[in-house]
Design a protein around this ligand. Structure first.
Ligand code: 5GP
Length: 125
């Protein structure tokens, strides 16, 4: 079910619980600003989610409220994970679904990192 990205942050959402280690994940990277882990239902040979440690509902919330340090740390973490996964030379795709039209289902900002094969059209038709 797509979520309303304008709602207040829900600290019981699945990624908040994953950050607190209340549910398991296959983490590939973490630092002071971000955590990266494999998507539970991969849509490409490499499908990793990168999330900020801070409590932000969506890209909209993060871009409006996060500090410059949080934004820089998160963006650098996404780039680091892509490099560490060997995705720079073959190429990759980033996606941040936001709100109902974006198809966002989890109300904690996450960037999808896809790679490992040609990814086809940018949007389904
Ligand atoms: P959205 O549609 O919100 O952009 O994407 C949510 C993503 O989170 C989906 O790709 C879904 O497979 C993934 N996901 C949902 N629940 C879990 C979970 O418990 N663990 C992991 N690793 N991924 C999850």
């Amino acid at each position: 079910m797509p979520i309303d990205a304008t709602l207040p942050y829900d600290d019981q959402n699945i990624f908040a619980r994953l950050l607190r280690d209340e549910i398991p994940s296959r983490r590939v990277y973490e630092d002071d600003w971000a955590v990266a882990f494999h998507d539970i239902a991969p849509a490409a040979p490499v499908h990793i989610l990168v999330i900020p440690r801070g409590s932000y509902v969506s890209w909209d919330d993060f871009s409006a409220r996060a500090s410059a340090d949080e934004i820089a740390g998160f963006v650098r973490a996404v780039g680091h994970v892509a490099r560490a996964q060997g995705l720079v030379e073959p190429g990759y795709r980033l996606l941040a679904n936001t709100g109902p039209h974006g198809g966002q289902e989890v109300p904690h900002l996450h960037v999808h990192l896809f790679g490992g094969a040609p990814l086809g059209m940018m949007l389904a038709r």
